[in-house]
Ligand binder design. Structure first.
Ligand SMILES: NC(=O)c1ccc[n+]([C@@H]2O[C@H](COP(=O)([O-])OP(=O)(O)OC[C@H]3O[C@@H](n4cnc5c(N)ncnc54)[C@H](O)[C@@H]3O)[C@@H](O)[C@H]2O)c1
Length: 256
Protein backbone atom coordinates (compact mmCIF):
# COMPACT_ATOMS: atom_id res chain seq x y z
CA UNK A 1 0.00 0.00 0.00
CA UNK A 2 1.53 3.34 -1.01
CA UNK A 3 0.48 6.83 -0.08
CA UNK A 4 -0.78 9.47 -2.45
CA UNK A 5 2.52 11.37 -2.07
CA UNK A 6 4.77 8.33 -1.69
CA UNK A 7 8.44 9.42 -1.79
CA UNK A 8 7.58 12.88 -3.10
CA UNK A 9 9.88 15.52 -1.59
CA UNK A 10 7.90 18.41 -0.12
CA UNK A 11 9.16 21.68 1.37
CA UNK A 12 6.52 23.27 3.61
CA UNK A 13 7.19 26.86 4.70
CA UNK A 14 5.35 28.11 7.80
CA UNK A 15 4.85 24.63 9.20
CA UNK A 16 5.67 24.89 12.92
CA UNK A 17 2.02 25.09 13.93
CA UNK A 18 -1.51 25.79 12.74
CA UNK A 19 -2.51 25.10 9.13
CA UNK A 20 1.09 24.47 8.01
CA UNK A 21 1.58 21.80 10.66
CA UNK A 22 -1.70 20.23 9.53
CA UNK A 23 -0.40 20.13 5.95
CA UNK A 24 2.86 18.55 7.11
CA UNK A 25 1.00 15.89 9.12
CA UNK A 26 -1.30 15.06 6.22
CA UNK A 27 1.56 14.88 3.70
CA UNK A 28 3.56 12.66 6.07
CA UNK A 29 0.59 10.26 6.36
CA UNK A 30 0.63 9.95 2.57
CA UNK A 31 4.31 9.05 2.37
CA UNK A 32 5.98 12.38 1.51
CA UNK A 33 9.56 13.12 2.56
CA UNK A 34 9.38 16.43 4.35
CA UNK A 35 11.57 19.47 4.76
CA UNK A 36 9.93 21.90 7.20
CA UNK A 37 10.79 25.61 7.33
CA UNK A 38 9.60 28.24 9.80
CA UNK A 39 10.80 31.44 11.44
CA UNK A 40 10.19 29.92 14.91
CA UNK A 41 13.10 27.57 15.48
CA UNK A 42 11.96 25.77 18.62
CA UNK A 43 8.37 25.05 17.58
CA UNK A 44 9.48 24.22 14.03
CA UNK A 45 12.09 21.74 15.22
CA UNK A 46 9.55 20.12 17.58
CA UNK A 47 7.08 19.61 14.70
CA UNK A 48 9.85 18.23 12.49
CA UNK A 49 10.93 15.80 15.23
CA UNK A 50 7.32 14.61 15.62
CA UNK A 51 7.11 13.85 11.90
CA UNK A 52 10.66 12.59 11.26
CA UNK A 53 11.29 15.59 8.98
CA UNK A 54 14.29 17.87 8.44
CA UNK A 55 13.93 21.45 9.70
CA UNK A 56 15.51 24.76 8.78
CA UNK A 57 14.91 28.12 10.42
CA UNK A 58 13.64 30.36 7.63
CA UNK A 59 12.36 33.90 7.40
CA UNK A 60 10.60 33.60 4.07
CA UNK A 61 10.65 37.37 3.55
CA UNK A 62 14.40 36.94 2.96
CA UNK A 63 15.45 35.52 -0.42
CA UNK A 64 18.62 33.95 1.01
CA UNK A 65 16.50 31.99 3.53
CA UNK A 66 14.19 30.70 0.79
CA UNK A 67 17.23 29.55 -1.19
CA UNK A 68 18.73 27.85 1.88
CA UNK A 69 15.49 25.92 2.48
CA UNK A 70 15.44 24.67 -1.11
CA UNK A 71 19.16 23.81 -0.89
CA UNK A 72 18.47 21.70 2.22
CA UNK A 73 15.77 19.75 0.36
CA UNK A 74 18.16 19.11 -2.53
CA UNK A 75 21.05 18.13 -0.23
CA UNK A 76 18.94 15.74 1.83
CA UNK A 77 16.67 14.27 -0.85
CA UNK A 78 18.24 15.10 -4.21
CA UNK A 79 15.09 16.68 -5.63
CA UNK A 80 12.13 18.92 -4.84
CA UNK A 81 8.66 17.91 -6.01
CA UNK A 82 6.34 20.10 -3.96
CA UNK A 83 6.70 23.51 -2.35
CA UNK A 84 3.99 24.88 -0.06
CA UNK A 85 4.33 28.55 0.93
CA UNK A 86 1.95 28.80 3.87
CA UNK A 87 3.77 31.33 6.10
CA UNK A 88 1.59 34.36 6.66
CA UNK A 89 0.89 37.00 9.28
CA UNK A 90 -2.41 38.70 10.03
CA UNK A 91 -2.06 41.56 12.52
CA UNK A 92 -5.47 43.19 13.15
CA UNK A 93 -5.10 46.85 12.19
CA UNK A 94 -7.44 49.46 10.80
CA UNK A 95 -6.12 51.12 7.62
CA UNK A 96 -6.05 54.54 9.32
CA UNK A 97 -3.75 53.11 12.03
CA UNK A 98 -1.42 51.27 9.64
CA UNK A 99 2.03 52.77 9.15
CA UNK A 100 4.02 52.25 5.95
CA UNK A 101 6.30 49.93 7.94
CA UNK A 102 3.30 47.87 9.13
CA UNK A 103 2.14 47.61 5.52
CA UNK A 104 5.61 46.57 4.31
CA UNK A 105 5.95 43.86 6.95
CA UNK A 106 2.70 42.14 5.95
CA UNK A 107 3.64 42.39 2.28
CA UNK A 108 7.17 41.14 2.98
CA UNK A 109 6.01 37.90 4.59
CA UNK A 110 2.75 37.18 2.75
CA UNK A 111 3.50 38.44 -0.73
CA UNK A 112 7.29 38.72 -1.15
CA UNK A 113 7.54 35.42 0.76
CA UNK A 114 5.38 33.90 -1.94
CA UNK A 115 7.64 35.31 -4.65
CA UNK A 116 10.81 34.21 -2.80
CA UNK A 117 9.59 30.63 -2.34
CA UNK A 118 8.64 30.46 -6.00
CA UNK A 119 11.91 31.82 -7.35
CA UNK A 120 13.96 29.54 -5.09
CA UNK A 121 11.99 26.40 -6.01
CA UNK A 122 11.88 27.10 -9.74
CA UNK A 123 15.39 25.98 -10.89
CA UNK A 124 15.24 22.40 -9.55
CA UNK A 125 11.61 21.94 -10.60
CA UNK A 126 12.35 23.29 -14.06
CA UNK A 127 15.38 20.98 -14.38
CA UNK A 128 13.26 17.98 -13.30
CA UNK A 129 10.39 18.91 -15.61
CA UNK A 130 8.07 18.40 -12.64
CA UNK A 131 6.79 20.49 -9.78
CA UNK A 132 3.82 21.43 -7.67
CA UNK A 133 3.84 25.00 -6.32
CA UNK A 134 1.16 25.62 -3.71
CA UNK A 135 0.20 28.68 -1.69
CA UNK A 136 -2.07 29.52 1.21
CA UNK A 137 -4.27 32.38 0.14
CA UNK A 138 -7.50 33.25 1.98
CA UNK A 139 -11.13 34.11 1.30
CA UNK A 140 -10.20 37.43 2.99
CA UNK A 141 -9.05 39.65 0.15
CA UNK A 142 -9.87 37.63 -2.95
CA UNK A 143 -13.61 37.27 -2.03
CA UNK A 144 -14.60 39.14 1.14
CA UNK A 145 -13.07 41.29 3.84
CA UNK A 146 -13.72 42.71 7.31
CA UNK A 147 -12.40 45.76 9.14
CA UNK A 148 -8.78 45.49 10.26
CA UNK A 149 -7.63 43.45 7.27
CA UNK A 150 -6.50 46.11 4.73
CA UNK A 151 -2.89 45.01 4.25
CA UNK A 152 -3.76 41.36 4.72
CA UNK A 153 -6.59 41.48 2.15
CA UNK A 154 -4.30 43.17 -0.37
CA UNK A 155 -1.58 40.57 0.20
CA UNK A 156 -3.89 37.58 -0.22
CA UNK A 157 -5.60 38.99 -3.32
CA UNK A 158 -2.07 39.55 -4.65
CA UNK A 159 -1.24 35.89 -4.10
CA UNK A 160 -4.17 34.85 -6.30
CA UNK A 161 -2.99 37.12 -9.11
CA UNK A 162 0.53 35.78 -8.78
CA UNK A 163 -0.73 32.17 -8.94
CA UNK A 164 -2.30 32.87 -12.34
CA UNK A 165 0.85 34.50 -13.75
CA UNK A 166 3.19 31.81 -12.43
CA UNK A 167 0.90 29.02 -13.69
CA UNK A 168 1.04 30.49 -17.19
CA UNK A 169 4.78 31.12 -17.20
CA UNK A 170 5.67 27.66 -15.83
CA UNK A 171 3.12 25.65 -17.81
CA UNK A 172 5.79 24.58 -20.30
CA UNK A 173 8.05 23.25 -17.52
CA UNK A 174 5.75 20.54 -16.12
CA UNK A 175 5.05 22.72 -13.09
CA UNK A 176 1.53 23.40 -11.84
CA UNK A 177 0.76 26.35 -9.57
CA UNK A 178 -2.33 26.47 -7.34
CA UNK A 179 -3.58 27.69 -4.00
CA UNK A 180 -6.08 27.13 -1.24
CA UNK A 181 -8.33 29.85 0.16
CA UNK A 182 -9.19 28.91 3.73
CA UNK A 183 -12.19 30.47 5.39
CA UNK A 184 -12.03 30.70 9.19
CA UNK A 185 -9.82 27.93 10.50
CA UNK A 186 -9.43 27.28 14.21
CA UNK A 187 -5.72 27.57 14.98
CA UNK A 188 -3.83 28.68 18.09
CA UNK A 189 -3.07 31.98 16.35
CA UNK A 190 -6.74 32.67 15.63
CA UNK A 191 -7.65 31.92 19.28
CA UNK A 192 -4.85 34.19 20.50
CA UNK A 193 -5.23 37.12 18.07
CA UNK A 194 -8.97 37.15 17.37
CA UNK A 195 -10.58 35.88 20.60
CA UNK A 196 -13.80 34.13 21.64
CA UNK A 197 -16.33 36.75 20.44
CA UNK A 198 -14.82 36.79 16.95
CA UNK A 199 -14.83 33.00 16.81
CA UNK A 200 -18.48 32.80 17.95
CA UNK A 201 -19.50 35.40 15.35
CA UNK A 202 -17.73 33.41 12.63
CA UNK A 203 -19.33 30.13 13.76
CA UNK A 204 -22.75 31.74 13.40
CA UNK A 205 -21.94 32.85 9.85
CA UNK A 206 -20.71 29.47 8.59
CA UNK A 207 -23.43 27.25 7.09
CA UNK A 208 -21.64 24.04 8.16
CA UNK A 209 -21.81 25.39 11.73
CA UNK A 210 -18.16 25.27 12.77
CA UNK A 211 -14.80 26.78 12.01
CA UNK A 212 -12.55 24.62 9.84
CA UNK A 213 -9.63 22.55 11.12
CA UNK A 214 -6.06 22.57 9.78
CA UNK A 215 -6.82 19.08 8.47
CA UNK A 216 -9.76 20.36 6.40
CA UNK A 217 -7.35 22.74 4.65
CA UNK A 218 -4.60 20.12 4.43
CA UNK A 219 -6.92 17.76 2.53
CA UNK A 220 -7.31 20.35 -0.25
CA UNK A 221 -3.52 20.81 -0.37
CA UNK A 222 -3.10 17.04 -0.55
CA UNK A 223 -5.38 16.87 -3.57
CA UNK A 224 -3.56 19.70 -5.35
CA UNK A 225 -0.16 18.15 -4.54
CA UNK A 226 -1.20 14.69 -5.75
CA UNK A 227 -1.24 13.26 -9.27
CA UNK A 228 -5.06 13.47 -9.14
CA UNK A 229 -4.62 17.21 -9.79
CA UNK A 230 -2.17 16.90 -12.69
CA UNK A 231 -4.48 18.79 -15.10
CA UNK A 232 -5.26 21.63 -12.68
CA UNK A 233 -3.20 24.82 -12.72
CA UNK A 234 -3.65 28.52 -12.00
CA UNK A 235 -6.55 28.21 -9.62
CA UNK A 236 -7.56 28.07 -5.96
CA UNK A 237 -9.85 25.85 -3.89
CA UNK A 238 -12.09 27.56 -1.32
CA UNK A 239 -12.28 25.64 1.98
CA UNK A 240 -14.74 27.65 4.05
CA UNK A 241 -17.67 25.51 5.25
CA UNK A 242 -19.93 27.45 2.87
CA UNK A 243 -19.17 30.83 4.48
CA UNK A 244 -19.22 32.66 1.14
CA UNK A 245 -22.69 31.42 0.23
CA UNK A 246 -25.30 33.37 2.23
CA UNK A 247 -27.02 36.38 0.64
CA UNK A 248 -28.16 37.59 4.05
CA UNK A 249 -27.36 36.98 7.70
CA UNK A 250 -30.55 35.02 8.45
CA UNK A 251 -29.66 32.23 6.06
CA UNK A 252 -30.91 29.53 8.46
CA UNK A 253 -34.51 30.84 8.26
CA UNK A 254 -36.92 29.13 5.88
CA UNK A 255 -40.00 30.90 4.46
CA UNK A 256 -43.09 30.47 6.70
N1 LIG B 1 -6.42 30.49 10.45
C1 LIG B 1 -7.26 31.00 9.55
O1 LIG B 1 -8.45 31.16 9.79
C2 LIG B 1 -6.75 31.37 8.18
C3 LIG B 1 -7.69 31.70 7.20
C4 LIG B 1 -7.26 32.02 5.92
C5 LIG B 1 -5.89 32.00 5.62
N2 LIG B 1 -5.00 31.68 6.60
C6 LIG B 1 -3.60 31.66 6.24
O2 LIG B 1 -3.05 30.39 6.58
C7 LIG B 1 -1.68 30.52 6.89
C8 LIG B 1 -1.41 29.91 8.25
O3 LIG B 1 -2.24 30.54 9.21
P1 LIG B 1 -2.39 29.97 10.69
O4 LIG B 1 -3.70 30.44 11.20
O5 LIG B 1 -2.04 28.53 10.74
O6 LIG B 1 -1.27 30.86 11.42
P2 LIG B 1 -0.10 30.48 12.43
O7 LIG B 1 0.45 31.75 12.94
O8 LIG B 1 -0.55 29.45 13.40
O9 LIG B 1 0.97 29.78 11.47
C9 LIG B 1 1.80 30.50 10.62
C10 LIG B 1 3.18 29.87 10.65
O10 LIG B 1 4.02 30.64 9.81
C11 LIG B 1 5.21 30.96 10.52
N3 LIG B 1 5.75 32.21 10.02
C12 LIG B 1 5.31 33.49 10.28
N4 LIG B 1 6.10 34.37 9.67
C13 LIG B 1 7.05 33.66 9.01
C14 LIG B 1 8.15 34.01 8.20
N5 LIG B 1 8.47 35.29 7.97
N6 LIG B 1 8.91 33.02 7.66
C15 LIG B 1 8.62 31.73 7.90
N7 LIG B 1 7.61 31.32 8.69
C16 LIG B 1 6.84 32.29 9.23
C17 LIG B 1 4.80 31.05 11.97
O11 LIG B 1 5.89 30.89 12.86
C18 LIG B 1 3.78 29.91 12.06
O12 LIG B 1 4.39 28.66 12.35
C19 LIG B 1 -1.37 32.01 6.78
O13 LIG B 1 -0.85 32.29 5.49
C20 LIG B 1 -2.72 32.66 6.95
O14 LIG B 1 -2.79 33.93 6.35
C21 LIG B 1 -5.40 31.37 7.86
Amino acid sequence: MTGRLQDKVALIIGSARGIGKGIAQRFAEEGARLILADSEAEAGQATADELGAAFIRTDISQMADAEAAVALALNRQGRLDIVVQNAGIYPWQLIENTSPDDWDRVMAVNLRGTFNATLAALPPMKAQGYGRMLYTSSITGPRVSSPGHGHYSASKAGINGFIRSAALEFSGYGITVNGVEPGNILTEAIELHRGAAYIKNMEDSIPLGRLGSPRDVANAFLFLASDDASYITGTTIVVDGGQLLPEGKDFRLLPP
